[in-house]
Design a protein around this ligand. Structure first.
Ligand code: C5P
Length: 413
């Protein structure tokens, strides 16, 4: 990356803080300007002296340092940066961020900023999987905070292993530079291309207040939209009801729908497209005749009988279009068993170019989670990717699709 950026690194109090010294050195080698805020606990692991020597800047530690407030207060620290990275982010720091605390310089800066914030957690695996930490991470993601890691592996404590390691420095640098990459860059590999993506569940009304739905969070679909925009594409995201932040601020056109029928209409209206990715968990059935008013719980007649009608298969409809069929049509196959066997069948029956298959059994933690293990099926065979974040799955899928489009164009020339 050639352009110099201003990065504010917030070092939390964890054993992995030592990796930040290498991170600072490498970021500076890459031409970036690095300023550092250290939490009180961080001082137990690295010294301000070494950090100051590596950044060639004074290190900021205290919210109530009057000199700082006059010269460069927490508001300016927050605003002067192009990106803020929190590494290592401890469970406590994550909890205080999620709670909107501002009782030290690190949290005050984080509360005051309007810039991209990237959080690299590092903690004991049991702390990471604790429901309190899970809640805090989900809250921060809903607030638009980005996460990188933690990585899986051995912990500093003997005999402990699992998710909780700070990701390695090269991965931190990649995440930082990707987060700062110009969005919708004209020079991106998907520049001039249109990508249509479906995401989230659909809600099928039973009456004005009740509906049939599923547990899809929309995370993977929304990540696909962001990844496509980052690669320069014009993106239309057709989403069912989700509680995620809209990626419209990065130029994605978001079309909000409720039912499968609306989703199909919105996708058709968005065509033509170069790539269509169907990541939505569309309800298979809808109530044939939803009640116009709220169905009453009548004790005499017992529970109402719901008559269901099959919903249109959006992926299949688009994949089998004779006119306006996008050159690359990608479907997802979420299965709880025999993942590959079902996915292979789906590739044929739907007429898709690729099926991205994943295991969504409750034990996999994929539904609503941040990580995914996928198999990519094409007419050429199956490729199994290692477990990675949904962000990385999205980026890899879009990069691969871009390569395919470029290869086709080259073949046609
Ligand atoms: O048949 P199944 O629901 O397992 O297929 C999953 C794939 O088909 C996903 O890509 C999903 O978005 C798409 N699909 C669809 N419309 C439906 C059902 C599934 O687009 N009604």
């Amino acid at each position: 990356m050639s352009s110099t950026k201003r990065i504010l690194l917030i070092i939390g109090g964890g054993i992995a803080a030592y990796k930040c010294l290498d991170l600072i050195r490498r970021l500076r080698e890459r031409g970036h300007h690095v300023r550092v805020v250290m939490t009180k606990a961080a001082h137990q692991f690295v010294t301000t002296l070494s950090v100051a020597a590596l950044t060639n800047e004074r290190v900021f530690t205290d919210l109530f340092d009057l000199d700082d407030e006059r010269e460069i207060g927490h508001i300016r620290l927050a605003r002067d940066a192009d990106l803020i990275i929190v590494a290592p982010a401890t469970a406590d720091l994550i909890a205080r961020m999620a709670g909107g605390h501002a009782d030290d310089l690190a949290t005050a800066v984080l509360l005051a900023t309007d810039k991209t914030v990237l959080v690299a957690p590092a903690m004991n695996p049991r702390m990471w999987v604790n429901p309190a930490t899970r809640r805090n991470v989900v809250q921060l993601q809903l607030d638009g905070i980005r996460f990188i890691g933690p990585a899986h592996g051995e912990m500093a404590e003997r005999g402990e292993s699992g998710p909780g390691r700070l990701v390695e420095v090269p991965d931190l640098i990649a995440a930082i530079e990707t987060a700062m990459a110009p969005l919708g860059a004209e020079q991106g590999p998907l520049a001039g291309r249109h990508v249509v993506i479906t995401s989230g569940p659909t809600h099928e009304p039973i009456d004005p207040v009740r509906y049939l739905a599923n547990r899809s969070s929309g995370k993977q679909g929304h990540e696909l939209a962001v990844a496509a925009a980052r690669l320069g594409a014009r993106v239309t995201l057709v989403t069912g009801p989700v509680s995620l932040a809209d990626p419209s601020s990065i130029g994605v056109r978001v079309v909000r729908v409720v039912t499968a029928a609306e989703m199909l209409e919105a996708v058709k209206a968005a065509l033509p497209a170069d790539i269509a990715i169907f990541a939505a968990a569309v309800a298979d059935w809808r109530v044939t005749a939803p009640n116009a008013s709220k169905i009453k719980k009548s004790s005499a007649g017992g529970p109402p009988a719901l008559t269901l009608t099959e919903n249109p298969d959006i992926l299949k409809t688009i994949a089998q279009l004779t006119k306006n069929r996008p050159p690359i049509v990608i479907g997802f196959a979420a299965e709880t068993q025999d993942v590959l066997a079902y996915a292979k069948k789906k590739l044929k029956s739907k007429g898709a170019d690729w099926i991205v298959a994943n295991d969504v059994s409750p034990a996999s933690g994929v539904m609503g989670g941040d990580r995914n293990t996928v198999h990519v099926l094409t007419s050429g065979g199956v490729e199994s990717w290692p477990e990675m974040s949904k962000t990385d799955v999205a980026r890899k899928i879009l990069e691969r699709a871009a390569e395919q489009l470029i290869a086709r164009r080259a073949a046609a020339e």
